[in-house]
Ligand binder design. Structure first.
Ligand code: UD1
Ligand code: MG
Length: 480
């Protein structure tokens, strides 16, 4: 039985979706936020979005289309790779917001691409429409590039930035719901944070209504001390959005058109706007630097581990355990310290993993398997009841049930050009320090003596015993 963490950027969000109340204040998570993320407030904020639960979410989502902004260079990352492709818990950053759009039932999703767009396109599915932004002229210009797709569209548009991977889909849903219910021209997400540096500040009038968003570089005087920031998630009436974008002037300092200037435009026109504040301010973390990336990774990692612990997996030491997004682990499995479980790995129930184990993508491990210290398993299947407890490498292999893999066994799967498979059938016993040069087949209940080398292309028949270098099958008499 597996549990997976899919499309669930927040553990609190997951608990809500599944009708279970989250911890009121999970100590570990709070401490974690305080230490690692530093800048964000520790209190949970109230949300203006509350109270809209009677609106049917599915009806709402029917008319929704989404634009995801992902064209930026990500200059502050100082990287050859586009920012939105940098991995967070094994998953490209952009995938997190794409998953949210998908989960909310966005009818169409448009991704605005520019810098090294070819690289980003490769990871987008067929259902995504890509829009080119030829010059990085800012977030307003990026949205404008998608206008041609919305000429005959009269519904709402959800705008997400690809560099906010910690967003919770329930928060985004709240924005859309509130927007529909309050019939506003624009509803956007805010967060109250300890250190607002780098973010657009939300400027409110004396009655509390939103007046403008002031970008960090342009904020002056009291504006710099405003703790409420713009997260970069907006739900707008499509027609009004594009009307506003036509009026936005270039920012002289940054030589960019700011999407955030639509707020002041709507205010001046007297159009109604509303906001939703994040319950967990960490959701609003925008990844602009490698430091932000590490902070986001730490928060996401902690959420993933918490999810598995709540589902009955023992994580002996969460501070030294790394489980990627989309991994699945069954209950009563124990993960010992310094273990890495990569994306899309499946581990069954009642297994023991680690310490110091690395289970790489493409691996499926059945129930009651033990994978011990300094063992790496990659792109392989492992049947139930199998043990490999010390220093092994198992790559591109299919290992049956109740197999015993001795200390230091290695599948030599790469010949310098190509990877080859190894098949080890049920009940086989592979002696310590042996090398199986792939492709190789070890039959059912076959025994490979310690230190043997099974040569490339060899099949060791069921029930036989092979020993030596190169490994030779020996008779029953020789075995004595
Ligand atoms: C933006 C917001 C800021 C907010 C912050 C939240 C603007 C002007 N500012 O600032 O108010 O607090 O996000 O994280 O919107 N992009 C394009 N084309 C461009 C420029 C950017 O597609 O020409 C994309 C980027 O790839 C990114 C997103 O838009 O995914 C946001 O751009 P970024 O440069 O990161 O804006 P911030 O400075 O973080
Ligand atoms: Mg950003």
């Amino acid at each position: 039985m597996y549990h997976s963490l899919r499309l669930e950027p927040s553990v609190e969000g997951y608990a809500r979706v599944h009708g279970r109340e989250p911890d009121p204040e999970p100590f570990a998570l709070l401490r974690f936020r305080g230490v690692v993320h530093g800048g964000f407030k520790l209190r949970r904020c109230s949300s203006e979005g509350r109270g809209s639960s009677e609106v049917n979410p599915f009806k709402i989502m029917k008319e929704l289309r989404t634009i995801i902004l992902a064209a930026g260079k990500g200059t502050r990352m100082k990287s050859d790779i586009p920012k939105v492709l940098h991995a967070l818990c094994g998953k490209p950053m952009i995938q997190y917001v794409l998953d949210i759009a998908l989960a909310l039932g966005s009818l169409r999703t448009y991704v605005v691409l520019g810098h090294k767009s070819g690289m980003v396109k490769k990871i987008l599915g067929d259902k995504i429409v890509t829009v080119e932004q030829p010059k990085m002229l800012g977030t307003a210009d990026a949205v404008k590039r998608a206008e041609k797709y919305f000429r005959s569209y009269h519904g709402d548009i959800l705008i997400l930035c690809a560099d906010t991977p910690l967003l919770d889909k329930t928060t985004v849903k709240k924005i859309v719901q509130k927007h529909k219910k309050a019939k506003t021209v624009c509803t956007f997400l805010t967060a109250v944070v300890h250190n607002p540096k780098g973010y657009g500040r939300v400027i409110r009038g004396t009655n509390g209504n939103v007046v403008a968003i002031r970008e960090d570089k342009d904020a002056a005087g009291f504006e710099r001390d405003i703790a409420e920031i713009n997260v970069g998630v907006y739900c707008c009436q499509g027609k009004e959005l594009f009307k506003a974008l036509k009026e936005i002037k270039i920012n002289k300092k940054k030589k960019e058109f700011y999407l955030t200037d639509i707020i002041e435009y709507f205010f001046e026109k007297g159009l109604k706007m509303s906001t939703v504040e994040t319950e967990d301010p960490a959701e609003g973390l925008g990844v602009n630097t490698r430091e932000d990336l590490a902070a986001a990774e730490a928060i996401m990692r902690r959420k993933i581990l918490k999810y598995f612990m709540l589902e009955g997996v023992t994580i002996v030491d969460p501070s030294t355990t790394y489980v990627h997004a989309n991994a699945r682990i069954g209950y009563d499995t124990v993960i010992h310290p310094f273990s890495f479980i990569e994306a899309d790995v499946r581990i069954g129930s009642h297994c023991k993993i680690g310490p110091f184990a690395r289970i790489r993508s493409g691996t499926k491990i059945d129930d009651k398997v033990e994978i011990g210290n300094f063992t790496e398993v990659s792109r392989s299947k492992v049947g139930s009841g199998t043990f490999m407890k010390h220093f092994s490498y198992v790559g591109d292999s299919s290992v049956g049930e109740n197999v015993n893999i001795g200390a230091g066994m290695v599948t030599a799967n790469f010949d310098g050009r190509q990877k080859h498979p190894t098949k080890i059938a049920d009940g086989a016993f592979i002696g310590s320090g042996s090398i199986l040069v792939a492709p190789a087949k070890i039959g059912k209940k076959a025994v490979i003596g310690a230190g043997s080398v099974v040569l490339k292309g060899k099949t060791i028949p069921d029930g036989s015993v092979a020993v030596g270098v190169p490994a030779k099958i020996i008779s029953k008499k020789e075995r004595q």
